[in-house]
Design a protein around this ligand. Structure first.
Ligand SMILES: Nc1ncnc2c1ncn2[C@@H]1O[C@H](COP(=O)(O)OP(=O)(O)OP(=O)(O)O)[C@@H](O)[C@H]1O
Length: 276
């Protein structure tokens, strides 16, 4: 069978890391106000295509800065950041991000919120309707398609934000504490929805969270960061199979895993408390 060069070009190189950070640092300059803030790194990280990677670390260690670098929202002070083999310069096509704060547009209905990015990208209206309908159904918002964010709970508003990212069909999904404002039970259930989304889309996911149980339940690998400037002090493979859901928290190995993560994090969190 002959294969055209165009077909060859779209075959993903699964051996290549999906995203790669080499020696990435980020320093915030405080001109005239004393020392610069060394926020991050040097960080080395290979994200494998299709993996679910969680990041935990003490407050202020540079987790959001790390995500901003991958999202193309922050330029490394030194080192290199790549997505699909190309240097990240600006927001890369194929990368979608969801942040902690509710970023839904209050003046738009759920449908119009979810359709927003596709309309801006000039996608064909029939295709927009199809993708929006799918994402709304997938995120369990079918009965609320015409509702406005003010009429929804915090969890549902975050689902709107996830649906809005999902319709863009990102190959790398970056999540910065998306459930930070939600109660513990809702967070675990939202975790189930994330896992379903991850399985269905085949996307690579990087999740930042403060919750060790969330990190351990969701991820294939959990990266533990040091106090600022954050570097990875441990990367733990969870060993769960892809079909996992929130019931994994009662698995006999789950307590050992979160215990290990806390052991690694405790010293770093104490450093943050003592040194700020
Ligand atoms: N624009 C900025 N100017 C100066 N310092 C900054 C800036 N943005 C972040 N920082 C500092 O860089 C460090 C890392 O910030 P970052 O938000 O990445 O940490 P984080 O781990 O996500 O924190 P948290 O867990 O509290 O959300 C912090 O000390 C923060 O105060």
């Amino acid at each position: 069978m002959s294969v055209s060069p165009a077909e060859v070009a779209v075959v993903p190189d699964t051996a290549m890391p999906h995203a790669r950070l080499v020696g990435v640092t980020r320093v915030f300059s405080r001109r005239g106000r004393g020392d610069d803030v060394h926020a991050l790194g040097p960080i080395d990280l290979d994200l494998k295509r299709g993996e679910f990677f969680s990041v935990v670390g003490p407050s202020g260690c540079g987790k959001s800065t790390l995500l901003d670098v991958l999202a193309g929202l922050a330029t490394p002070t030194s080192g290199t950041a790549e997505f699909e083999g190309r240097p990240i310069a600006g927001v890369p096509a194929g990368v979608g991000a969801v942040f902690q704060e509710d970023a839904s547009f209050p003046w738009l209905s759920v449908t119009d919120n979810v359709a927003f990015g596709l309309r801006r990208a000039g996608v064909d209206p029939a295709e927009i309707a199809r993708r929006v309908d799918y994402a709304i159904g997938f995120m369990g918002l079918r009965g609320f398609a015409d509702a406005y964010p003010a009429q929804l709970s915090g969890g549902m508003r975050q689902r709107v934000c996830i649906a809005r990212t999902l319709v863009m069909q990102p190959r790398l999904i970056l999540l910065d504490e998306p459930f930070g404002a939600l109660d513990a039970q809702t967070r675990l259930l939202m975790g189930d929805e994330l896992l379903r989304m991850w399985r269905e889309t085949g996307a690579t996911v990087l999740l930042i969270t403060h919750a060790l149980d969330e990190a351990a339940m969701l991820a294939d690998r959990v990266g533990v960061m040091s106090a600022r400037p954050g570097v990875f002090i441990d990367i733990v493979a969870t060993g769960w199979d892809a079909e996992r859901d929130s019931r994994i928290v009662s698995h006999p190995r789950f307590g050992d895993l979160t215990g290990h993560l806390w052991e690694r994090l405790r010293v770093e969190s104490l450093k943050h408390l003592r040194e700020g």
